[in-house]
Ligand binder design. Structure first.
Ligand SMILES: NC(=O)c1ccc[n+]([C@@H]2O[C@H](COP(=O)([O-])OP(=O)(O)OC[C@H]3O[C@@H](n4cnc5c(N)ncnc54)[C@H](O)[C@@H]3O)[C@@H](O)[C@H]2O)c1
Length: 319
């Protein structure tokens, strides 16, 4: 394959980001885009010099080597089914679906067809996350505190529970995925939602959520999420092991052991490029460094859904 020809399903914010990154990679080319809003597809196509297709089937018939599905949480399912059925490598944005049954059914279809997949949990490609994993490799983690403290993103579907799944499923999932990657599986969650939505029209999601997490390895943790601010305050994870404290965010890792404090700066864009570059290398049959295939993202998604279910029911939920 000279250059990997990539099709995009969905032409919104994150699709534009992938189009920008892919168009800078020497071994990838954005070949076409489709969106249920044709004007969105046309806008992306004119910026990145690619073709607009009326639907996924037409995009696939162009003969693409890979497809990115960049639709909102409520819209997953049909596009992925068509791409997998065609045997085409699939990149899906998180969260992989709102509906657990759809995600499970897609995971089964992927396993049966052995199609290459990747999901956009790009934090796993941060060099500081590699460093944190190395530091934690021979230690027992005791406590984890995660947070995503932010605003309501400017997309109409976001503040609606039946469209986005709410802030934990939609946004804090990055932090939950990082917790799984650095600390291991969570077995039980207990969460509380504020019951008060953020002050944007029509919002029906919790403005704030807190959760407790019990990890299989013995650690306990918390997650705090809010979307009531007008800015992004902080997103990241603090991890405490015997004699070691780590603070991981997209832009910085702080390591403390006694009086010894080290700060390592990080460029968030590096991981956004790396996640696409790794997928394209795998599509081209080169190095295999996909850190979150679909089945792995399903586990993170199930954890986020468990937090949301616990907040809704008021009961603890086994994951
Ligand atoms: N990994 C990340 O860092 C990251 C960053 C931003 C967004 N995201 C995720 O990407 C997803 C999309 O977010 P966004 O900000 O691009 O949203 P958006 O609303 O800006 O764009 C979504 C686009 O999908 C289109 N669409 C909806 N249903 C469709 C369908 N069935 N077929 C084709 N197109 C369809 C919409 O018309 C819209 O143009 C969300 O799940 C979000 O969480 C991930």
């Amino acid at each position: 394959m000279a250059v990997a020809r990539v099709g995009l399903v969905g032409a919104g914010g994150v699709a534009q980001r992938h189009a920008r990154v892919l168009s800078q990679l020497p071994d990838a080319q954005v070949t076409g885009v489709t969106d249920v809003v044709p004007a969105a597809a046309e806008s992306l196509a004119s910026t990145y010099g690619t073709k607009v297709f009326p639907d996924v089937e037409a995009l696939l018939s162009e003969g693409v080597d890979a497809v990115y599905v960049c639709v909102p949480p409520f819209a997953h399912g049909p596009a992925e089914q068509a791409v997998i059925a065609a045997g085409i490598p699939l990149f899906v944005e998180k969260p992989i679906s709102l509906d657990h049954d759809i995600a499970v059914s897609l995971a089964k279809q992927i396993a049966e067809s052995n199609v290459l997949t990747a999901v956009g949990h790009h934090w796993r490609y941060l060099a500081i996350v590699d460093k944190a994993r190395t530091l934690l490799a021979d230690r027992d983690v005791r406590l984890v505190t995660g947070a995503w403290l932010d605003k309501v993103p400017p997309v109409g579907w976001w503040p609606h529970r039946d469209r986005s799944g709410g802030p934990v499923v939609e946004q804090a999932a990055h932090v939950l995925d990082l917790a799984r990657y650095l600390v291991g599986e969570v077995t039980q969650v207990s969460a509380v939602g504020s019951g008060t939505p953020p002050s944007v029209p029509g919002a029906d999601i919790d403005g704030s959520t807190v959760a407790t997490l019990r990890f299989a390895g013995g650690a306990i943790g918390t997650l705090a999420a809010t979307c009531v601010l007008g800015w992004k305050e902080r997103a990241g994870l603090e991890i405490y092991a015997d004699g070691l404290a780590l603070s991981v965010a997209e832009d910085k890792l702080t390591i403390r052991s006694g009086d010894d404090i080290t700060t390592v700066d990080s460029d968030p864009e590096s991981a956004r490029v790396a996640v696409d570059a790794a997928f394209i290398r795998a599509v081209r049959g080169e190095e295999q460094d996909i850190r979150v295939p679909y089945a792995e993202a399903l586990r993170t998604h199930e954890l986020a859904l468990a937090v949301a279910a616990s907040a809704a029911s008021g009961r603890s939920v086994d994951v």
